[in-house]
Design a protein around this ligand. Structure first.
Ligand SMILES: Cc1cc2nc3c(=O)[nH]c(=O)nc-3n(C[C@H](O)[C@H](O)[C@H](O)COP(=O)(O)OP(=O)(O)OC[C@H]3O[C@@H](n4cnc5c(N)ncnc54)[C@H](O)[C@@H]3O)c2cc1C
Length: 346
């Protein structure tokens, strides 16, 4: 007879593992299926805000670097902030994945790796290894190329392409850096996320708006100017979905990037994944649950999309707007406002 579960979660990224952690507090029978052997092997700059840490508090040994200094640059100007306490953190994604997985030890959640879902039939998932499981609720936490989302007939029209090098460094890099340059990165920017003995250096863009090959050339020109030599590091690339259409579709739910919950401006997605994973679990446990935290995430994403729209609308004046933004970034009131976006004060 086919094994039956109350909830089957497809995918063990930040969204799926957080959803499982929240469901582990109920008496529901839960199965999490992950296609890979381990967790978290995904291209990412590994940046987390204090807001994300409020959802999933991380012990110090999981954090690679606590960021106290942030610098933001336009072509001609620089601004910076130093906070007494870290509001930004970096993590290694496989370490984060292993930690999230460890939180399920001793709970009633069953976790199966090497378990790729290849087909969804009515209330049944079919795995590549031929196994089949029955569910009452299905959660698609399977990231950008979500098959649960495809099963629901939802396309991903709004996406970014992210490029990134992970480069070894001899000394801890002191600040997280954001570089805007309309000629090179259009509406988006290049980033340097410090990780102790490496730095994640990358940028992203929406291929519907600009040619990613052009952005790639601009990115390498910028690396040259910044005297950053990737050495033997490989340039990796992966899409980021920001095409949100909802989380609940009958007895099927979408969370994280499967739901298109990343930001179309910054590419940030871990925080949104954690919140949606938690909120969907609460909704399954209690259908009357008010998803206020998810509403806040949607509002946050909308604000960032509006900023992106203003930069797009600025056209040839985009560079001037970026210069103006950096001037404003030297004002204490704006720095406070932006820092507040990293915590639940916002
Ligand atoms: C270059 C780059 C840099 C980024 N930097 C940041 C950053 O600094 N901070 C930030 O917050 N976000 C960042 N992001 C975005 C972030 O990585 C994602 O938004 C986040 O990982 C989404 O989490 P998720 O759990 O929804 O999906 P994922 O992390 O993609 O997890 C999905 C999981 O599902 C599994 N899976 C997929 N299909 C199946 C299947 N059929 N059966 C079973 N399992 C399946 C996958 O193996 C994977 O483990 C970055 C993205 C890119 C591309």
């Amino acid at each position: 007879m086919m094994e039956q579960f109350d909830v089957i979660i497809v995918g063990g990224g930040p969204a799926g593992l957080e959803c499982a952690r929240e469901l582990s507090k109920s008496s529901l029978r839960v199965l999490l299926l992950e296609k890979r052997e381990g967790f978290g092997d995904k291209l990412c700059a590994g940046g987390l805000t204090a807001k994300a840490m409020e959802i999933l508090p991380l012990p110090d040994h999981i954090i690679e670097q606590k960021i106290l200094r942030t610098s933001i640059h336009s072509r001609r100007r620089d601004a910076g902030t130093v906070t007494p306490e870290a509001k930004l953190f970096t993590v290694n994604r496989p370490v984060l994945g292993a930690y999230q997985r460890s939180l399920l030890e001793g709970t009633q959640v069953e976790v199966r790796t090497d378990s790729q879902v290849i087909e969804i039939r009515e209330n049944t998932v079919v795995l590549k290894n031929g196994k089949q499981y029955e569910f009452r609720y299905l959660v698609g936490a399977d990231g950008y190329s979500s098959m649960v989302r495809r099963h629901l007939g939802l396309k991903v029209d709004k996406k970014l392409i992210g490029f990134q090098y992970n480069i070894p460094v001899e000394h801890e890099y002191p600040a997280l850096e954001i570089s805007m340059d309309a000629h090179r990165f259009s509406v988006w920017y290049a980033w340097i996320f410090p990780h102790g003995d490496t730095i994640a250096v990358g940028c992203c863009c929406d291929p519907r708006r600009v040619d990613p090959q052009k952005i790639k050339v601009g990115f390498h020109d910028w690396l040259n100017d910044r005297k950053i030599d990737p050495g033997d590091a490989r340039l990796e690339s992966y899409p980021i979905a920001y095409d949100y259409r909802g989380v609940k579709f009958g007895n099927t739910f979408l969370v994280g990037e499967a739901a298109g919950l990343a930001s179309g401006l910054t590419g940030e997605g871990i925080y949104q994944s954690l919140v949606s994973g938690q909120e969907v679990a609460r909704l399954i446990i209690d259908p009357m649950h008010k998803t206020d935290k998810l509403d806040q995430v949607l509002k946050y994403n909308r604000i960032l999309e509006r900023v992106m729209a203003v930069f797009r609308w600025a056209g040839p004046l985009r560079g001037a707007l970026q210069e103006f933004l950096v001037i404003l970034m030297n004002k204490e009131w704006l720095r406070k406002k932006i820092n507040a976006q990293f915590t639940s004060e916002s």
